[in-house]
Design a protein around this ligand. Sequence first.
Ligand code: PLP
Ligand code: COI
Length: 346
Amino acid sequence: MSKLGEKVSLDWAKIGFKYRNTDFRFRAKWDNGQWDVGRLVEDSFIKLSEGAPALHYAQQCFEGMKAQTAKDGRILLFRPNLNAERMRRTAERLLMPSVPDGLFIEAVEQVVRANHRWVPPFGSGASLYIRPMLIGVGENLGLRPAEEFEFRVFCSPVGPYYSEGGLGSISLAVSQYDRAAPQGTGSYKAGANYAAGLLATKDAIALGADEALYLDSRDRRFIDEAGSANILVLIDGDTLVTPASNAILPSITRRSIMILAETDLNLKVEERAIDLREEFESFVEMAACGTAAVLSPVKRVWFDDEWHDVGRSPETPIMQSLYDKLVGIQSGILCDPGHWVHPIAL
Ligand code: PLP
Ligand code: COI
């Protein structure tokens, strides 16, 4: 299924990161202990009972991924199997039925194919953002899991998440709030984590930052992550460090960049606790990374009531090289030894 016609006419460089109502979305229902086969639908509204546990108790989770057009016209997903796996893991944590990997990938492929005219062209700097979501529907009042669920995948063309775009740098402000407790839901992509972070983001923006930066909630010393992205720090010029924490989302972008840093840039890579105040002076470069954020260098961080500049130079050559490698693979320009890109047959 797909709407015939030319590509939609948008000023791709200026579309920003926002919801656009595209032609089709995929919907599957779980009832009586099993998933139906699901299908594409045009209706962007979900009809829900007011008793739905997704509304009261946030029994809901989601994923985020992107499709890009390659130079030869192919449409490429990036490591979609890892999104399927992460949604399975989150579903188990929230007592929701897992979406089988086959159904997950099939749904994503159908949505991209059906919305082909919305996929931004090669070289436009934009991509098709795909949002799979799993929600507890049906009726319920007591605190117990839903008995019916909906798996839905929609998509929207997007530009850069942070206002500057490309490799534009950002600022982060350490939040006074905690994002997640050590044994809480921080490592799961549960919508509830994000609702709790809205105030932290608002406060960060009021300080002139792009995003909140969270420290670990036990000691309030170690870097956890930003509101929508993981953190990478280049220390001593040759070691790329990322926080070890079980309260952060296991970012697919971060895992990929750490591999590229080691294999392509010959950097040492470490996953360990990073003490913000003790180690800040040794930060040479810093970045936020994620599907929406891609790889965004961090130029300054607000903590202890003042701004602190990252590194001694505004240049970020290592983050630039990592960005070029990552985006090169994602858009089919560079070779892909790990078979990370997943072409969608049109
Ligand atoms: N951390 C948070 C809180 C996020 O929302 C995201 C976005 O998905 C990430 C990190 C980055 O994860 P990924 O690279 O898998 O998109
Ligand atoms: C993503 O990067 O895919 C996310 O889910 C982050 C979201 C806040 C846009």
